[in-house]
Each structure stands twice: as C-alpha cells, then as structure tokens.
Design a protein around this ligand. Structure first.
Ligand code: PEP
Ligand code: MG
Length: 585
C-alpha cells in the first residue's frame, strides 16, 4: 500500500522520469547516521583517522565509477585526492592540533591549510595546484566528521533538493541522474539548464517536496520513488501502480511527439512563408556537440565554457581549454559557426578554488567580465586558447563576453582579445586570423546602450535569463518570484525591441540564447520582434522548428506589435498560443 503524494512545481526541462530519490542536502545528514558524524564517537585522534579512511574510500569509489564511464582524467583527480586523505603529514599534524584544541574538525581544516600553504609557497605550478586539492580533501574529511557526507547516487536516481549547485550536478556521472526536482530554484537556474543539456526532466519550486520525501536521506533514499513530468511540472512521491503506469504512458506519448517533430530536422528552420531563421544550439561541454548536431543545429549560439571550470580543483590549463574548443570547432566545421562565451563565473556559478570574495548580492556583484578588471589572467588564458583552437581547427572562432554593462566593459574585452593574440604571435604560436566578436545583452544598461555598442562589434546575443531578472528585479533562483520570471513580460520584450533597433541601425545580427529562445511561444514572439537567430538546448530545437513552420511573417509582425502593448506575460503567451492555433507546444 503506497501513499502517493501529488505535488506541482514550475516546469524546467521536459521529459518524464520515474525512479528512486537521491537527496542532496548541505545540512548534516539525518538519514543513515543518527547523531550526524563521527565527532564525539571516540578520541579526537581516533575520529580523525576514521574520517580520513572513510574519505579516502569515498574518493577511490568515485574515481572507480568515473573510470568505468570512460572519464579517466576526472578519475585521476579523485585517485590522487584519495591518497592525500591518508597522508601521514596531514593526519599527524591534525591529530596534534586536535590534542591541543579538542576540536577535530577545526584541527583538520587548519592542518590541511598549513600543508596547502606550504605547497603553494614552493612556486611550482604543479605543486601549487595540489594545494587546492589538499584544502578540498580537508573539507571532505570535515564533512565526514560532521556527518555531512555528500553521497553521489549509486543507482540511476532523481535528484531531490532545495537547490542543486551546478558543480554538484556536474560531479554526478552521466546516466546516474534521471531528473531533478527542486523545492527552490527557478526555470533558468543553472541546474535546470544543465538538465536540459543532459536531456533529462527538471521541475523547480515544488512546494512540500522535501517533506514528502522525508526519511529519504542517503543511502536509504533508494527506498522512495518519485515520478515527474517536466512538461507539466507534476511530481508524484511514492507513485501507486496506477500512477506509475500513467507516467509510463506519457513517456511513450512524448517519444512519439518527439519523433514526429524530428521529421522537420532535415530542413533549415523557416516560417510558413519561407523566411529562414537560424536555429543553433546551447552547449555546456564538448560532449554536447553530438546531440546538438543530431538535433539539426546549424551551429552553436552559446557554449557555456564555465562548465569546463567546474568539478575540478584548479582552472583548466590553456592547453586543456584549447583541446576542448578545438573539439567543438572541428565537430561543427567551417559552415556552422560556434560562439564561445567567455567564462561566466559568479552569480550562482561559484568556482570554489578561485576563492572569490563572498558577496551580499552575487548576481549584482563582481561577476563574469567584471572579474577581469582586477584579474585578467583567467580571460587572457581563455582567449589564447580560443585563438589557438581556431587556428588548429582551421575556422574563424566566434567569441562573446557575458554581463557587458558599459562601453568600458567592451573596451576591456577588445583589448584582452587583442593582447591574447599578440602574446601568441610574439611566441610564434599559431593563432586564427580573426575572431568574430560579440557581447551578450543581459544587463539593462547594455540594452539602453545598444546603438553605440553595436557599432563596435559583430553581433549581439541577448541573454533573456539574466535580462529578465535584472529588468524585473526578480532573482532568477527565487522560486517565490516565479510569476515575475517570465521573459515574455512586455517590459523585457521592449528591451529586446530596442536592442534589435540598435543592431539594425549598425547592420549587425541579433541572436537570443536565453531559455526563451527554446520556448516555442517565445520563439514566435522573438522572430516577430526581428531577432535573426535562436539558440537553445538541443532538446528544444524540434519544438521551435515546428512552431516557426506554422506561422507567417505577417502573423509574427502582428504578434510582436500586440505583445509589446500587452499588459503582462500571460497575455503575451495567450497571443502567441493563438498563432499556433491554440497548441502551446
Ligand atoms: C542568459 O542569462 O540568458 C544566458 C544565456 O546566460 P546564463 O543563463 O548562462 O546566465
Ligand atoms: Mg546570463
């Protein structure tokens, strides 16, 4: 006898998933280990040594699992960390400190810091990289001591959490994540974007979710199953046989609908009266290229390179980055442009090893291009890697900077771009002849400045996720503001119309790479407003192509005019749905 609980949230990424819960929680575990961690279960020395052994075991298991999946480079990081966890120098120092202070958690942290500082001081690139690893190992031992063990799923599971940091999502081996259900978050949260790129469902803002799966802490979580529909936002905790059968039926229906829409893939996207619209893909890693090409993407409109910086202990080197970009450029070839976005770090995309200062309002803080004023090396390394990748692949790379807000930000971008090339030329290293350069328009000031900025660059790409949060002052991660996070709000559409006008005057194209571009109704409105290119997750391209094929240019022009004058996003959705004949895709 099951007690099914039906809940609802905001649809984040389409698809159906049915499976056991994997509960991610940053607070002390309440499941398998009553009383939390090892602290207090023995002498400080005994608990430190036991926690270190357990940490080493977890790291080795993670390495083995990644190796089994062919992710050898990542596996090697965890293998090395497994050895560090039981390193006598680290443990003896921690035990000594704990004997003085009686606080094993703080003792391990201080011992790890002291080893890390020693390594960092050696002024050797490889050893200073290990410093961050030692600190991370110290933090992991601390988590075991406190009972805050991060168990990755051991069977394919649905992640349930209040929020799921992108770095944690990235650490879960592919195939082990069937879907993501969050009690917090928003449909443009990065965990959701990652879900779309993995082709798995995600639902956010599910009230009552954590309570309903209560007792599902690791590792007993496998006992609780949930079913979710990423299109309707429904979540059923402990589904009955009848409900499970219903979700299986939906899964089959969705597969049929997807197969129908995919029949248009061989043709370029166009309106019903034959006007072409460039349809390209958003990707997060080189491995996403195959899925994007199979979905008929005519290129990449947004390569979110910050994912290359996650799930690791140090930034990727210039050579590692060069290889990653070259792989994507070669996969798409000279006919299909690839827009590489410079690392968008900050906001909800924290990279622990960069140790950026904590901020009260990270979304309004020293984020993305702003980081490069004080610390240009990160972007210079990235730009050199892109110049080299273009030369190696024999194509002209396209690059854009996130979060450009002022003319000074654009000056910085252009000067770093040129400086990176000069360095390579100075060392006689091959670099592409030129770099097509654009900016993301996602800060309202950039939208206001569009006419001036447009004259100095090759293209605009509008990031409607951030533009919406900044225009409407609604944190994109705050589920309580879901009603304000619809990019079809006429205020956002007016900003987009201004950007298109500025671009038209300068003769440059405008793309949209925020989530609105992958929403069939959003795509109609955007093309109506004069946007030239839509960039969305591979899984959304079929739906957008099908929607465009059902509307003519005059219909889209009228839709755009009415949308700009509409009172709210809901009305805009109704207007767009009417163009599709009431089918909302
Ligand atoms: C956006 O803000 O719309 C965007 C595409 O960038 P990100 O979602 O990565 O912030
Ligand atoms: Mg953005």
């Amino acid at each position: 006898m099951t007690n099914s609980v039906r809940l609802s949230g905001v649809a984040g990424s389409p698809g159906i998933a049915i499976g056991p819960v994997w509960r991610f929680d940053v607070t002390p575990s309440t499941g398998a280990a009553p009383g939390g961690g090892l602290v207090g279960t023995g002498s400080p020395e005994a608990v430190i040594r036991a926690a270190a052994t357990e940490t080493a075991r977890q790291l080795e298991a993670l390495g083995d699992r990644l190796r089994g999946l062919g992710r050898d480079a990542e596996a090697a990081i965890f293998d090395a960390q497994g050895l560090m966890a039981t390193d006598p120098m680290l443990l003896d120092d921690a035990v000594r400190r704990a004997a003085d202070s009686g606080d094993p958690v703080e003792a391990v942290r201080l011992a790890a810091s002291s080893v890390a500082e020693m390594l960092a001081a050696l002024d050797d690139e490889i050893l200073s990289a290990r410093a961050a690893d030692v600190r991370d190992v110290g933090a992991r031992i601390g988590r075991v001591l406190r009972g805050e063990v991060l168990h990755l799923p051991v069977v394919p599971s649905i992640a349930v959490a209040e929020d799921l940091p992108p770095s944690v999502t990235a650490e879960i081996p592919p195939g082990f994540l069937l879907g993501i259900a969050l009690s917090g978050g928003s449909r443009t949260a990065h965990a959701v974007i990652l879900a779309r790129s993995l082709g798995i469902p995600a639902i956010v803002g599910v009230d009552g979710l954590l309570g309903a799966v209560d007792g599902a802490g690791p590792p007993a979580s496998a006992a609780v199953a949930i079913a979710m529909d990423g299109e309707t936002g429904e979540v059923v905790v402990r589904p009955s046989h009848r409900l499970e059968a219903e979700f299986r039926r939906r899964e089959a229906d969705l597969a049929i609908r997807r197969a129908d829409a995919s029949r248009l893939r061989d043709r370029p996207a166009a309106t019903a009266d034959g006007e072409r619209v460039m349809l390209v893909a958003n990707i997060g890693t080189p491995a996403d290229s195959g899925r994007a090409l199979a979905a008929g993407a005519e290129g990449v409109g947004l390569f979110r390179t910050e994912f290359l910086f996650m799930s690791r202990q140090t930034p990727p080197t210039e050579n590692e980055q060069m290889e990653a970009y070259r792989r994507v450029l070669e996969a798409f070839g000279p006919e299909r442009p690839v827009v590489i976005r410079l690392a968008d770090i900050g906001g909800d995309k924290a990279i622990p090893y960069l140790r950026l200062a904590a901020e009260q309002n990270p979304f309004l803080g020293v984020r993305a291009i702003r980081l490069a004023y004080a610390n240009p090396d990160l972007l210079l390394t990235q730009l050199r890697a892109i110049w080299r990748a273009g030369a190696a692949a024999g194509v002209v790379p396209h690059v854009m900077a996130p979060m450009v807000a002022t003319a000074a930000d654009l000056d910085l971008l252009l000067s770093l771009r040129d400086q990176a090339r000069e360095t390579l030329v100075g060392k006689s290293l091959p670099a592409a002849e030129r770099m097509v350069t654009g900016i993301m328009v996602e800060v309202p000031s950039a939208a206001f400045l569009a006419p001036e900025l447009a004259r100095r660059i090759d293209f605009f790409s509008i990031g409607t996720n951030d533009l919406t949060q900044y225009v409407l002052a609604a944190d994109r991660g705050n589920a309580a503001l879901a009603g304000l996070q619809d990019a079809l709000h006429p205020a956002v559409l007016r900003a987009i119309a201004g950007v298109v006008a500025g671009a038209d005057a300068a003769g440059i194209p405008v793309a949209v790479c925020g989530e609105l571009a992958g929403d069939p109704l959003g795509a109609l409105v955007l093309v109506g407003l004069g946007v030239d290119e839509l960039s969305a997750d591979a899984g959304s391209l079929d739906g957008v192509r099908a929607a465009l094929a059902r509307a003519t240019r005059p219909q889209l022009d009228e839709l755009a005019a009415r949308a700009l004058a509409a009172p709210d996003a809901e009305t805009v959705r109704e207007l767009a749905a009417a163009v599709l004949g009431g089918v909302t895709g």
